[in-house]
Write a protein that binds this ligand. Structure first.
Ligand SMILES: *Cc1c(COP(=O)(O)O)cnc(C)c1O
Length: 225
């Protein structure tokens, strides 16, 4: 399928989900996750009107960045090894996977500007997933204050792989409630307005629960090509 056709369908689903909960589609940033596909396919996505690309490895991001440069906004959405920070720090607009102090320290050291970060939270506590637990998240965010190059723009989560809508909805709702708690602290280094949640299988539920960024790969650009 052409990206443009998939995009038409997804945009419609985004609109419908927004309507249901009295939100508007411009409150939801669509990130095309291009980790499985070629630079050409990523370019096709940009030509179709996509403005944000997500990658989960430094080499994948760099390969596409060399060609597409700053045409899209770049989102680093994967586990980030500390030693890879220097490769991507000047290229990305958002890092969605801040989950430990050693990573914050390295980002802070390598950056020469404020870096927009999202703190990754593992809501359901699955072993296979990275991120802080709900209990740890607030104190972790508090401990980021000394890092002047880090701005906590929001929270990110990956829901469990299930087709049980209620489990998905609970997961997204918990992230939103955590976001509201952080906002209520009025920390100047953590405006925490963004909620990065929702992928191909669950983005409409995520939007109903308040997502401001959805990360869609398979349903938008496919898994190969
Ligand atoms: C791969 C990936 C996505 C996109 O997943 P799809 O199911 O293909 O839409 C979103 N977020 C993260 C962190 C990913 O690694």
């Amino acid at each position: 399928m052409r990206v443009a056709e998939n995009l038409k369908q997804i945009s419609q689903q985004i609109n419908e989900a927004c309507l249901k909960v009295h939100r508007t589609a411009d409150e939801v940033k669509l990130i095309a996750v291009t980790k499985y596909v070629s630079t050409e396919r990523a370019r096709e996505a940009l030509n179709a009107g996509i403005k944000n690309l997500g990658e989960n490895r430094d080499d994948g991001l760099l390969e596409k960045w060399k060609v597409l440069k700053d045409k899209p906004h770049w989102h680093y959405i994967g586990t980030l090894q500390t030693r890879k920070v220097k490769n991507i720090i000047d290229k990305v607009d958002y890092i969605h996977s801040l989950d430990r102090l050693s990573l914050a320290e390295e980002i802070n050291k390598r950056a020469n500007h404020k870096v927009k970060c999202l703190v990754q939270v593992n809501i359901t506590g699955e072993e296979s997933k990275h991120g802080l637990s709900l209990d740890e998240a607030i104190s972790f965010i508090g401990s980021l204050q000394p890092y002047e190059n880090i701005s906590v723009e929001g929270l990110m989560t990956m829901a469990p792989l299930t087709d049980d809508d209620q489990i998905l909805r609970d997961c997204f709702r918990k992230l939103r409630e955590l976001r509201d708690q952080v906002q209520a602290l009025h920390l100047n280094f953590a405006p925490c307005t963004e909620l990065s949640m929702g992928m191909s299988n669950d983005f409409t539920i995520a939007i109903e629960e308040g997502a401001t960024m959805v990360r869609i790969g398979t349903a938008l650009v496919g898994e190969n090509g």
